[in-house]
Unconditional design. Structure first.
Lengths: 230, 211
């Protein structure tokens, strides 16, 4: 067997082990979804520098090695990504933003009202904004109706000594974490979609949602990935 | 026939061809095209029913048609890893938030009591039952106005880039009522990784460029 082939096998094995070990944030959190194109790595939601806007970030397909060419880290045309927004605190989505790749672009839909709350989705094409998918070299941003859109590879903003936590859970690190620890996600990338939008598009949410800030109107938000079935 | 004679015919034939005209009925290819693009099924190189490929481009609805079934979900960071039983991690990804509490609250409470067998309350003032209830409904609370942070001045009002959310989770699980429990031998309340390995951008899309 040639050395290069052995090297390929060893590095593939290494990547598989890495993928299995590094569950966190939400990276590889379920065995079924781990290492697939629908695997969510993380979700962020925060006020933009313009306080009238919110920023929503969904990261997928974590642990992409440095400099990986786009064909090794690409969005899947069969995977629909959704930002769910519950306004009235019944834990059912009232507003949806959907995103899916077609060709060289990411197409965003919404935010639009929804009454569905299920594991099955169809795409609602009424409100559409598209942005060319960024690469390692080129960054594309689309702006429309006060919203901004991005899709492409980004540095993984998550950090955690996942390896040490696993060792502790396995009973082989009785003293717990080290200081300093080792960031298991150092030097790796994710595929991100980012939306900035005016809060006015989401309406005013319920109060008494967050017991630590009961008077603050608060949305419940979460992200989902769904794969085409027919 | 000698080669020289054949060669002499070539200019003659070529000249004659100049007067041959195309007829209108040379649409054999189009006949196939019309059949395929009007037969009510997705065939050939079509990307939708009778559209795409060598047919007319698909309408928007066709391009995005279909049904999509859930494979993963996430609200807060680290929930499946920290609070769920390893054998149930796929299951949590396939439950909608309004059904999570009934299925996972007890599982999460048991897990919390396994992680810290002497858990009473934490620095947020939450007992095991309240912790299990909050985290088993895996959504991120996001304030409409003002601060949006996981563990800043206004707790659980969002999640900004760069926040040490895992240290916050560890503190709430292992830190006890005043946040000092399990801070040494074992140290379970901070992983010793306080920040991201790349600076964020001040402007959209905010995340750092890839390595």
């Amino acid at each position: 067997m040639k050395k290069s082939r052995i090297f390929t096998m060893v590095s593939s094995l290494g990547i598989m082990v890495l993928a299995v070990v590094l569950i966190s944030g939400d990276h590889n959190d379920g065995p079924s979804v781990s290492g697939t194109t629908s695997d969510i790595a993380d979700f962020y939601a925060f006020q933009a520098p313009d306080p009238n806007n919110l920023v929503l970030v969904m990261n997928t397909q974590g642990l992409i090695p440095p400099g990986a060419p786009t064909d090794q880290a690409s969005f899947d045309e069969d995977v629909l990504m959704e930002f769910n927004i519950d306004v009235d605190n019944d834990l059912k989505e009232d507003l949806l933003i959907q995103a899916i790749k077609r060709g060289d672009s990411m197409h965003f839909f919404g935010p639009f009202s929804t009454t569905e709350s299920s594991l099955i989705s169809t795409i609602k094409t009424d409100i559409k904004h598209s942005v060319k998918i960024s690469t390692y070299e080129e960054v594309y941003v689309e702006e429309a109706n006060g919203m901004k859109f991005f899709a492409g590879p980004r540095e993984d903003p998550f950090f955690f000594d996942k390896a040490r936590f696993d060792s502790y859970m396995a009973g082989s690190a009785a003293s717990g974490f080290n200081n300093p620890g080792t960031d298991s996600y150092e030097g790796t990338n994710v595929l991100s979609i980012v939306v900035e939008l005016p809060k006015a598009l989401l309406g005013t949410p319920a109060t008494n949602v967050n017991p630590f800030a009961p008077g603050t109107p608060t949305y419940n938000m979460w992200v989902e990935t769904k794969r085409k079935i027919q | 026939m000698k080669n020289i004679k054949v060669l002499s015919f070539i200019p003659l034939i070529s000249f004659a061809l100049l007067f041959v005209q195309c007829q209108d009925d040379d649409d054999n290819g189009n006949a196939i095209y019309q059949d395929m693009c009007n037969d009510g099924v997705k065939n050939g190189d079509e990307t939708g029913i009778d559209c795409g490929g060598s047919c007319e481009p698909c309408a928007e609805e066709e391009l995005f048609a279909g049904r999509y079934k859930q494979e993963d979900q996430m609200g807060r960071a680290g929930v499946n890893l920290l609070f769920n039983k390893p054998g149930l991690r796929d299951s949590l990804n396939l439950v909608v938030p309004h059904k999570m509490k009934s299925q996972f609250k007890d599982v999460f409470r048991d897990r919390l009591m396994t992680l810290d067998t002497s858990y009473t309350t934490n620095i947020l003032g939450l007992d095991a039952d309240q912790m299990a209830e909050m985290f088993s409904q895996d959504v991120l609370w996001v304030a409409q106005n003002g601060e949006t942070s996981y563990n800043g001045t206004q707790v659980l009002t969002g999640r900004a880039l760069g926040e040490d959310v895992m240290d916050a989770n560890l503190l709430w699980i292992f830190g006890g009522p005043d946040g000092t429990k399990n801070n040494e031998d074992p140290n379970l309340i901070s992983d010793g990784v306080p920040e991201n390995d790349a600076p964020f951008l001040d402007t959209f899309p905010y995340l750092a460029p890839p390595f």
